[in-house]
Design a protein. Structure first.
Ligand code: PEP
Ligand code: MN
Length: 444
Protein backbone atom coordinates (compact mmCIF):
# COMPACT_ATOMS: atom_id res chain seq x y z
CA UNK A 1 0.00 0.00 0.00
CA UNK A 2 1.15 3.54 -0.68
CA UNK A 3 0.01 6.38 1.58
CA UNK A 4 0.15 9.82 -0.04
CA UNK A 5 0.24 12.68 2.49
CA UNK A 6 -1.27 16.12 1.78
CA UNK A 7 1.23 18.78 0.58
CA UNK A 8 2.84 20.35 3.64
CA UNK A 9 1.43 17.80 6.10
CA UNK A 10 3.14 18.49 9.49
CA UNK A 11 5.63 16.05 11.02
CA UNK A 12 3.14 15.00 13.76
CA UNK A 13 0.67 13.74 11.13
CA UNK A 14 3.41 11.83 9.28
CA UNK A 15 4.58 10.29 12.55
CA UNK A 16 0.96 9.44 13.44
CA UNK A 17 0.56 7.48 10.22
CA UNK A 18 3.90 5.69 10.66
CA UNK A 19 3.20 4.72 14.25
CA UNK A 20 -0.21 3.29 13.32
CA UNK A 21 1.43 1.20 10.58
CA UNK A 22 4.17 -0.09 12.91
CA UNK A 23 1.73 -0.76 15.75
CA UNK A 24 -0.03 -3.22 13.43
CA UNK A 25 3.18 -5.20 12.80
CA UNK A 26 3.76 -3.66 9.37
CA UNK A 27 6.73 -1.69 8.03
CA UNK A 28 6.59 1.97 6.99
CA UNK A 29 9.05 3.45 4.46
CA UNK A 30 8.99 7.24 4.32
CA UNK A 31 9.96 9.00 1.14
CA UNK A 32 10.20 12.81 1.26
CA UNK A 33 9.53 14.57 -2.04
CA UNK A 34 9.72 18.31 -2.71
CA UNK A 35 6.02 18.91 -2.08
CA UNK A 36 4.77 15.93 -0.20
CA UNK A 37 5.63 12.80 1.70
CA UNK A 38 4.82 9.30 0.49
CA UNK A 39 4.80 6.33 2.86
CA UNK A 40 5.17 2.78 1.59
CA UNK A 41 3.46 0.10 3.70
CA UNK A 42 4.88 -3.41 3.56
CA UNK A 43 3.65 -6.53 5.34
CA UNK A 44 1.46 -9.56 5.08
CA UNK A 45 -1.80 -8.39 6.65
CA UNK A 46 -2.36 -5.04 4.98
CA UNK A 47 -6.07 -5.23 5.91
CA UNK A 48 -5.11 -4.10 9.40
CA UNK A 49 -4.54 -0.56 8.09
CA UNK A 50 -7.48 -0.59 5.65
CA UNK A 51 -8.79 2.69 7.13
CA UNK A 52 -5.51 4.58 7.08
CA UNK A 53 -6.94 6.94 4.44
CA UNK A 54 -9.05 8.62 7.16
CA UNK A 55 -6.07 9.68 9.34
CA UNK A 56 -5.26 13.41 9.59
CA UNK A 57 -2.93 14.60 6.82
CA UNK A 58 -3.56 11.64 4.49
CA UNK A 59 -4.65 12.56 0.96
CA UNK A 60 -5.14 9.01 -0.32
CA UNK A 61 -4.12 5.44 0.33
CA UNK A 62 -3.55 3.25 -2.74
CA UNK A 63 -3.49 -0.53 -2.72
CA UNK A 64 -0.79 -1.95 -4.95
CA UNK A 65 -1.42 -5.62 -4.25
CA UNK A 66 -4.70 -7.35 -5.12
CA UNK A 67 -7.15 -7.85 -2.23
CA UNK A 68 -8.00 -11.20 -3.83
CA UNK A 69 -5.15 -13.07 -2.23
CA UNK A 70 -5.84 -16.51 -3.68
CA UNK A 71 -7.88 -15.75 -6.80
CA UNK A 72 -5.56 -13.12 -8.21
CA UNK A 73 -2.79 -13.59 -10.75
CA UNK A 74 -0.37 -12.29 -8.13
CA UNK A 75 -0.98 -15.46 -6.16
CA UNK A 76 -0.54 -17.77 -9.12
CA UNK A 77 0.40 -16.79 -12.65
CA UNK A 78 -0.41 -20.31 -13.80
CA UNK A 79 -4.05 -20.58 -14.83
CA UNK A 80 -6.13 -23.11 -12.92
CA UNK A 81 -7.10 -26.24 -14.82
CA UNK A 82 -9.83 -28.40 -13.29
CA UNK A 83 -10.37 -32.01 -14.31
CA UNK A 84 -13.83 -33.46 -13.78
CA UNK A 85 -14.42 -36.96 -15.14
CA UNK A 86 -13.19 -36.94 -18.73
CA UNK A 87 -13.54 -33.17 -19.06
CA UNK A 88 -10.93 -30.55 -18.28
CA UNK A 89 -11.82 -26.90 -17.88
CA UNK A 90 -9.58 -23.83 -17.84
CA UNK A 91 -6.02 -22.89 -18.77
CA UNK A 92 -6.62 -22.98 -22.50
CA UNK A 93 -8.39 -26.39 -22.57
CA UNK A 94 -11.03 -26.65 -25.31
CA UNK A 95 -14.44 -25.13 -24.58
CA UNK A 96 -16.49 -27.22 -22.12
CA UNK A 97 -20.26 -27.30 -22.62
CA UNK A 98 -22.47 -28.00 -19.60
CA UNK A 99 -26.04 -28.53 -20.73
CA UNK A 100 -29.34 -29.81 -19.43
CA UNK A 101 -32.65 -28.70 -18.01
CA UNK A 102 -33.10 -25.79 -15.63
CA UNK A 103 -34.71 -28.18 -13.16
CA UNK A 104 -34.95 -31.93 -13.02
CA UNK A 105 -38.69 -32.53 -13.51
CA UNK A 106 -38.91 -36.27 -14.07
CA UNK A 107 -36.80 -39.27 -14.93
CA UNK A 108 -38.00 -39.23 -18.54
CA UNK A 109 -37.31 -35.52 -18.99
CA UNK A 110 -33.82 -35.76 -17.46
CA UNK A 111 -32.73 -38.90 -19.31
CA UNK A 112 -34.10 -37.75 -22.68
CA UNK A 113 -32.20 -34.46 -22.27
CA UNK A 114 -29.02 -36.11 -20.98
CA UNK A 115 -28.92 -38.54 -23.90
CA UNK A 116 -29.56 -35.79 -26.39
CA UNK A 117 -27.00 -33.30 -25.12
CA UNK A 118 -24.48 -36.13 -24.91
CA UNK A 119 -25.25 -37.11 -28.49
CA UNK A 120 -24.61 -33.53 -29.58
CA UNK A 121 -21.25 -33.43 -27.83
CA UNK A 122 -21.93 -31.77 -24.44
CA UNK A 123 -19.30 -32.55 -21.81
CA UNK A 124 -21.32 -32.18 -18.61
CA UNK A 125 -24.93 -32.42 -17.51
CA UNK A 126 -26.65 -29.62 -15.61
CA UNK A 127 -30.00 -29.84 -13.84
CA UNK A 128 -31.40 -28.18 -10.72
CA UNK A 129 -32.59 -30.39 -7.85
CA UNK A 130 -33.08 -27.53 -5.38
CA UNK A 131 -34.40 -24.38 -7.04
CA UNK A 132 -34.07 -21.04 -5.28
CA UNK A 133 -37.07 -19.37 -6.93
CA UNK A 134 -38.06 -15.73 -6.67
CA UNK A 135 -41.56 -16.82 -5.65
CA UNK A 136 -42.08 -19.33 -2.81
CA UNK A 137 -45.09 -20.63 -4.76
CA UNK A 138 -43.06 -21.57 -7.87
CA UNK A 139 -41.66 -25.11 -8.42
CA UNK A 140 -38.89 -25.60 -5.86
CA UNK A 141 -37.25 -28.69 -7.38
CA UNK A 142 -37.55 -32.39 -6.59
CA UNK A 143 -34.73 -32.38 -4.02
CA UNK A 144 -32.85 -35.57 -3.17
CA UNK A 145 -34.67 -37.84 -5.67
CA UNK A 146 -33.42 -35.48 -8.41
CA UNK A 147 -29.85 -35.80 -7.12
CA UNK A 148 -30.16 -39.58 -7.42
CA UNK A 149 -31.50 -39.28 -10.96
CA UNK A 150 -28.60 -37.02 -11.90
CA UNK A 151 -26.13 -39.56 -10.54
CA UNK A 152 -27.88 -42.29 -12.56
CA UNK A 153 -27.77 -40.16 -15.69
CA UNK A 154 -24.03 -39.75 -15.10
CA UNK A 155 -23.68 -43.52 -14.87
CA UNK A 156 -25.40 -43.98 -18.20
CA UNK A 157 -23.91 -41.11 -20.17
CA UNK A 158 -20.53 -40.70 -18.49
CA UNK A 159 -21.14 -36.97 -18.14
CA UNK A 160 -20.22 -35.39 -14.80
CA UNK A 161 -23.14 -33.53 -13.22
CA UNK A 162 -23.40 -29.96 -12.00
CA UNK A 163 -26.23 -28.87 -9.72
CA UNK A 164 -27.00 -26.12 -7.24
CA UNK A 165 -26.40 -26.30 -3.49
CA UNK A 166 -28.74 -24.07 -1.47
CA UNK A 167 -28.29 -25.36 2.08
CA UNK A 168 -24.94 -25.84 3.89
CA UNK A 169 -26.54 -28.85 5.59
CA UNK A 170 -26.71 -30.67 2.24
CA UNK A 171 -22.96 -30.69 1.61
CA UNK A 172 -22.54 -34.39 2.46
CA UNK A 173 -25.45 -35.34 0.24
CA UNK A 174 -23.90 -33.40 -2.62
CA UNK A 175 -20.52 -35.04 -2.06
CA UNK A 176 -22.25 -38.35 -2.62
CA UNK A 177 -24.10 -37.54 -5.86
CA UNK A 178 -22.64 -34.47 -7.51
CA UNK A 179 -19.44 -33.68 -9.45
CA UNK A 180 -19.57 -29.87 -9.47
CA UNK A 181 -21.36 -27.83 -6.82
CA UNK A 182 -23.11 -24.77 -8.21
CA UNK A 183 -23.58 -21.71 -6.02
CA UNK A 184 -26.47 -19.72 -7.48
CA UNK A 185 -26.51 -15.99 -8.19
CA UNK A 186 -28.86 -15.35 -5.25
CA UNK A 187 -26.44 -17.08 -2.90
CA UNK A 188 -23.19 -15.46 -4.02
CA UNK A 189 -23.20 -13.40 -0.83
CA UNK A 190 -24.22 -16.33 1.40
CA UNK A 191 -20.90 -16.63 3.18
CA UNK A 192 -21.95 -19.60 5.32
CA UNK A 193 -22.80 -21.52 2.14
CA UNK A 194 -19.56 -20.43 0.45
CA UNK A 195 -17.50 -21.66 3.39
CA UNK A 196 -19.40 -24.94 3.40
CA UNK A 197 -18.70 -25.40 -0.32
CA UNK A 198 -15.07 -24.55 0.39
CA UNK A 199 -14.83 -27.52 2.71
CA UNK A 200 -15.80 -30.08 0.09
CA UNK A 201 -13.52 -31.81 -2.41
CA UNK A 202 -15.85 -30.95 -5.30
CA UNK A 203 -15.15 -28.10 -7.72
CA UNK A 204 -17.44 -25.12 -7.18
CA UNK A 205 -19.18 -23.25 -10.00
CA UNK A 206 -19.72 -19.81 -8.52
CA UNK A 207 -22.35 -17.69 -10.25
CA UNK A 208 -22.01 -13.91 -10.24
CA UNK A 209 -24.60 -12.23 -8.01
CA UNK A 210 -27.41 -10.29 -9.66
CA UNK A 211 -25.92 -6.98 -8.56
CA UNK A 212 -22.34 -7.99 -7.79
CA UNK A 213 -19.29 -6.16 -9.08
CA UNK A 214 -16.42 -8.28 -10.38
CA UNK A 215 -14.48 -7.34 -7.27
CA UNK A 216 -17.27 -8.63 -4.98
CA UNK A 217 -17.58 -11.78 -7.06
CA UNK A 218 -13.86 -12.50 -6.68
CA UNK A 219 -14.17 -11.84 -2.94
CA UNK A 220 -16.93 -14.47 -2.82
CA UNK A 221 -14.50 -16.83 -4.61
CA UNK A 222 -11.95 -16.03 -1.87
CA UNK A 223 -14.37 -17.47 0.71
CA UNK A 224 -14.35 -20.82 -1.09
CA UNK A 225 -10.61 -20.75 -1.84
CA UNK A 226 -9.60 -19.73 1.67
CA UNK A 227 -11.74 -22.51 3.13
CA UNK A 228 -9.42 -24.97 1.36
CA UNK A 229 -11.07 -25.65 -1.99
CA UNK A 230 -8.85 -24.41 -4.82
CA UNK A 231 -11.17 -25.56 -7.60
CA UNK A 232 -13.42 -22.59 -8.23
CA UNK A 233 -15.02 -21.87 -11.62
CA UNK A 234 -16.52 -18.41 -12.12
CA UNK A 235 -19.83 -18.24 -13.99
CA UNK A 236 -21.13 -14.99 -15.49
CA UNK A 237 -24.93 -15.22 -15.81
CA UNK A 238 -25.95 -11.64 -16.42
CA UNK A 239 -26.44 -8.74 -14.04
CA UNK A 240 -29.47 -6.60 -13.25
CA UNK A 241 -29.44 -3.33 -15.18
CA UNK A 242 -32.06 -0.84 -16.37
CA UNK A 243 -32.38 -2.77 -19.65
CA UNK A 244 -35.60 -4.76 -19.96
CA UNK A 245 -35.20 -6.23 -23.45
CA UNK A 246 -33.28 -9.10 -21.89
CA UNK A 247 -33.88 -10.81 -18.53
CA UNK A 248 -30.41 -9.72 -17.42
CA UNK A 249 -27.50 -7.96 -19.10
CA UNK A 250 -24.89 -10.56 -19.98
CA UNK A 251 -21.54 -9.00 -19.19
CA UNK A 252 -19.26 -10.67 -21.72
CA UNK A 253 -16.52 -8.15 -20.99
CA UNK A 254 -16.20 -10.00 -17.68
CA UNK A 255 -14.20 -12.65 -19.56
CA UNK A 256 -11.28 -10.47 -20.69
CA UNK A 257 -11.51 -8.39 -17.49
CA UNK A 258 -11.21 -11.50 -15.33
CA UNK A 259 -8.39 -12.85 -17.49
CA UNK A 260 -6.33 -9.86 -16.38
CA UNK A 261 -7.22 -10.42 -12.74
CA UNK A 262 -7.52 -14.13 -12.01
CA UNK A 263 -6.23 -17.58 -12.89
CA UNK A 264 -9.65 -19.20 -12.33
CA UNK A 265 -11.66 -20.69 -15.24
CA UNK A 266 -14.59 -18.63 -16.55
CA UNK A 267 -17.92 -20.02 -17.75
CA UNK A 268 -20.69 -18.06 -19.46
CA UNK A 269 -24.38 -18.82 -18.92
CA UNK A 270 -26.21 -17.24 -21.88
CA UNK A 271 -29.53 -18.81 -20.78
CA UNK A 272 -29.98 -16.79 -17.58
CA UNK A 273 -27.92 -14.00 -19.13
CA UNK A 274 -30.54 -13.29 -21.79
CA UNK A 275 -33.70 -15.10 -20.64
CA UNK A 276 -34.72 -15.58 -24.25
CA UNK A 277 -34.28 -18.70 -26.38
CA UNK A 278 -33.45 -16.84 -29.61
CA UNK A 279 -30.59 -14.95 -27.93
CA UNK A 280 -28.89 -17.93 -26.31
CA UNK A 281 -27.10 -19.18 -29.46
CA UNK A 282 -25.65 -15.83 -30.55
CA UNK A 283 -24.41 -15.03 -27.04
CA UNK A 284 -22.97 -18.54 -26.63
CA UNK A 285 -20.98 -18.05 -29.84
CA UNK A 286 -19.86 -14.61 -28.68
CA UNK A 287 -18.77 -16.10 -25.35
CA UNK A 288 -16.71 -18.73 -27.16
CA UNK A 289 -15.20 -16.03 -29.37
CA UNK A 290 -14.19 -13.90 -26.38
CA UNK A 291 -12.37 -16.87 -24.87
CA UNK A 292 -14.70 -18.31 -22.21
CA UNK A 293 -13.56 -21.66 -20.84
CA UNK A 294 -17.05 -23.10 -20.81
CA UNK A 295 -20.76 -22.58 -21.37
CA UNK A 296 -23.75 -23.42 -19.17
CA UNK A 297 -26.84 -23.90 -21.31
CA UNK A 298 -30.43 -24.83 -20.49
CA UNK A 299 -32.00 -27.46 -22.76
CA UNK A 300 -35.47 -29.00 -22.46
CA UNK A 301 -37.35 -31.65 -24.49
CA UNK A 302 -40.42 -29.39 -24.59
CA UNK A 303 -39.46 -25.83 -23.60
CA UNK A 304 -42.98 -24.33 -23.63
CA UNK A 305 -44.01 -26.86 -20.95
CA UNK A 306 -40.89 -26.60 -18.78
CA UNK A 307 -41.58 -26.14 -15.05
CA UNK A 308 -38.91 -23.45 -14.86
CA UNK A 309 -37.15 -21.17 -17.35
CA UNK A 310 -38.91 -22.52 -20.47
CA UNK A 311 -38.51 -19.16 -22.26
CA UNK A 312 -34.73 -19.46 -22.21
CA UNK A 313 -34.38 -23.23 -22.68
CA UNK A 314 -33.24 -24.50 -26.06
CA UNK A 315 -35.11 -27.30 -27.80
CA UNK A 316 -33.10 -30.38 -28.76
CA UNK A 317 -32.85 -29.21 -32.38
CA UNK A 318 -31.72 -25.73 -31.36
CA UNK A 319 -29.08 -27.12 -29.04
CA UNK A 320 -27.82 -29.44 -31.81
CA UNK A 321 -27.47 -26.58 -34.28
CA UNK A 322 -25.65 -24.47 -31.69
CA UNK A 323 -23.16 -27.29 -31.05
CA UNK A 324 -22.52 -27.54 -34.81
CA UNK A 325 -21.95 -23.78 -34.93
CA UNK A 326 -19.53 -23.96 -32.01
CA UNK A 327 -17.53 -26.67 -33.77
CA UNK A 328 -17.56 -24.61 -36.95
CA UNK A 329 -16.30 -21.58 -35.08
CA UNK A 330 -13.18 -23.50 -34.13
CA UNK A 331 -12.86 -24.69 -37.70
CA UNK A 332 -13.11 -21.12 -39.04
CA UNK A 333 -10.11 -20.12 -36.99
CA UNK A 334 -7.96 -22.59 -38.93
CA UNK A 335 -6.40 -21.53 -42.23
CA UNK A 336 -7.60 -23.28 -45.36
CA UNK A 337 -5.09 -23.91 -48.15
CA UNK A 338 -6.00 -22.54 -51.55
CA UNK A 339 -5.15 -24.33 -54.79
CA UNK A 340 -6.70 -23.74 -58.19
CA UNK A 341 -6.73 -25.40 -61.60
CA UNK A 342 -7.13 -23.76 -65.05
CA UNK A 343 -10.83 -23.04 -65.83
CA UNK A 344 -12.80 -25.08 -68.38
CA UNK A 345 -14.08 -22.90 -71.24
CA UNK A 346 -17.84 -23.31 -71.94
CA UNK A 347 -19.11 -23.20 -75.59
CA UNK A 348 -22.43 -21.90 -77.21
CA UNK A 349 -25.45 -20.56 -75.22
CA UNK A 350 -27.78 -23.47 -76.12
CA UNK A 351 -25.10 -25.99 -75.33
CA UNK A 352 -24.29 -24.29 -72.05
CA UNK A 353 -27.94 -24.28 -70.93
CA UNK A 354 -28.34 -27.92 -71.81
CA UNK A 355 -25.27 -28.70 -69.81
CA UNK A 356 -26.55 -26.65 -66.84
CA UNK A 357 -29.90 -28.48 -66.91
CA UNK A 358 -28.17 -31.80 -66.94
CA UNK A 359 -25.85 -30.72 -64.08
CA UNK A 360 -28.85 -29.55 -62.01
CA UNK A 361 -30.52 -32.90 -62.55
CA UNK A 362 -27.39 -34.70 -61.48
CA UNK A 363 -27.06 -32.37 -58.49
CA UNK A 364 -30.58 -33.22 -57.31
CA UNK A 365 -29.84 -36.92 -57.61
CA UNK A 366 -26.46 -36.55 -55.96
CA UNK A 367 -27.89 -34.51 -53.08
CA UNK A 368 -30.55 -37.16 -52.54
CA UNK A 369 -27.93 -39.91 -52.62
CA UNK A 370 -25.73 -37.90 -50.27
CA UNK A 371 -28.61 -37.52 -47.80
CA UNK A 372 -29.27 -41.26 -47.84
CA UNK A 373 -25.60 -41.94 -47.22
CA UNK A 374 -25.50 -39.39 -44.39
CA UNK A 375 -28.37 -41.29 -42.74
CA UNK A 376 -26.55 -44.57 -43.29
CA UNK A 377 -23.45 -43.13 -41.56
CA UNK A 378 -25.63 -41.99 -38.68
CA UNK A 379 -27.23 -45.38 -38.19
CA UNK A 380 -23.84 -47.11 -38.49
CA UNK A 381 -22.45 -44.82 -35.76
CA UNK A 382 -25.55 -45.16 -33.60
CA UNK A 383 -28.18 -42.51 -33.08
CA UNK A 384 -26.54 -41.28 -29.89
CA UNK A 385 -23.40 -40.15 -31.70
CA UNK A 386 -23.49 -36.55 -32.89
CA UNK A 387 -21.52 -37.49 -36.01
CA UNK A 388 -20.43 -33.94 -36.73
CA UNK A 389 -16.90 -33.96 -38.07
CA UNK A 390 -15.52 -30.48 -38.63
CA UNK A 391 -12.33 -31.90 -40.13
CA UNK A 392 -14.37 -33.61 -42.85
CA UNK A 393 -16.29 -30.39 -43.51
CA UNK A 394 -13.02 -28.54 -43.84
CA UNK A 395 -11.51 -31.19 -46.08
CA UNK A 396 -14.60 -30.94 -48.28
CA UNK A 397 -14.06 -27.21 -48.78
CA UNK A 398 -10.37 -27.73 -49.45
CA UNK A 399 -11.06 -30.45 -52.01
CA UNK A 400 -13.69 -28.27 -53.64
CA UNK A 401 -11.24 -25.40 -53.93
CA UNK A 402 -8.52 -27.63 -55.24
CA UNK A 403 -10.72 -28.99 -58.02
CA UNK A 404 -12.49 -25.70 -58.77
CA UNK A 405 -11.65 -23.63 -61.83
CA UNK A 406 -11.47 -20.59 -59.61
CA UNK A 407 -14.57 -19.06 -61.20
CA UNK A 408 -16.22 -19.05 -57.77
CA UNK A 409 -14.19 -17.67 -54.92
CA UNK A 410 -13.64 -19.54 -51.68
CA UNK A 411 -16.50 -17.79 -49.91
CA UNK A 412 -19.02 -18.54 -52.64
CA UNK A 413 -17.99 -22.19 -52.81
CA UNK A 414 -18.18 -22.39 -49.07
CA UNK A 415 -21.71 -20.92 -49.07
CA UNK A 416 -22.93 -23.75 -51.30
CA UNK A 417 -21.13 -26.53 -49.48
CA UNK A 418 -22.17 -25.15 -46.10
CA UNK A 419 -25.81 -25.12 -47.20
CA UNK A 420 -25.54 -28.78 -48.24
CA UNK A 421 -23.79 -29.79 -45.02
CA UNK A 422 -26.17 -27.82 -42.78
CA UNK A 423 -29.28 -29.20 -44.41
CA UNK A 424 -27.79 -32.67 -44.10
CA UNK A 425 -27.07 -32.16 -40.37
CA UNK A 426 -30.62 -30.88 -39.78
CA UNK A 427 -31.99 -33.91 -41.62
CA UNK A 428 -29.83 -36.33 -39.58
CA UNK A 429 -30.95 -34.66 -36.38
CA UNK A 430 -34.62 -34.84 -37.34
CA UNK A 431 -34.32 -38.56 -38.06
CA UNK A 432 -32.41 -39.20 -34.82
CA UNK A 433 -35.10 -37.38 -32.82
CA UNK A 434 -37.82 -39.46 -34.46
CA UNK A 435 -35.89 -42.65 -33.86
CA UNK A 436 -35.27 -41.67 -30.25
CA UNK A 437 -38.99 -40.98 -29.81
CA UNK A 438 -39.82 -44.41 -31.19
CA UNK A 439 -37.32 -46.09 -28.85
CA UNK A 440 -38.68 -44.13 -25.88
CA UNK A 441 -42.27 -45.02 -26.80
CA UNK A 442 -41.20 -48.64 -27.09
CA UNK A 443 -39.86 -48.40 -23.51
CA UNK A 444 -36.17 -48.68 -24.56
C1 PEP B 1 -29.64 -22.04 -12.61
O1 PEP B 1 -28.55 -22.15 -13.18
O2 PEP B 1 -30.55 -22.86 -12.71
C2 PEP B 1 -29.92 -20.82 -11.81
C3 PEP B 1 -30.89 -20.78 -10.92
O3 PEP B 1 -29.09 -19.81 -12.10
P1 PEP B 1 -28.85 -18.39 -11.37
O4 PEP B 1 -28.42 -18.71 -9.98
O5 PEP B 1 -27.77 -17.81 -12.21
O6 PEP B 1 -30.14 -17.62 -11.45
MN1 MN C 1 -32.79 -21.76 -14.79
Amino acid sequence: MIVVMRPGAPKEEIDGVCSLIRSQGLEAFVSEGQERVIIGVVGVDIERVAHIGTLPGVEQALRVTSPHKLASLEHSTERTRIKVGDATIGAGSPLVVMAGPCSVESREQLFATARWVRREGAHMLRGGAYKPRTSPYAFQGLGEPALKMLAEAREETGMPVVTELTDPGDVELFDKYVDIIQIGARNMHNFVLLRAAGQTRRPVLLKRGLAATIDEWLMAAEYVLSAGNSNVILCERGIRTFERATRNTLDLSAVPVLREMTHLPIVIDPSHGTGKRSLVGPMALAAAAVGADGLLIEVHPDPPHARSDGDQSLSFQEFGSLMDELRRLEYLRANGKKTTRPPEVPVGVGGIRERIDSIDEQLVQLIDERARLALAVQSAKGMDAHGHDVERERALVERAMASSSGVMDAEELQQILTAVVRASRAMQRRHAALQRQMVDLGGG
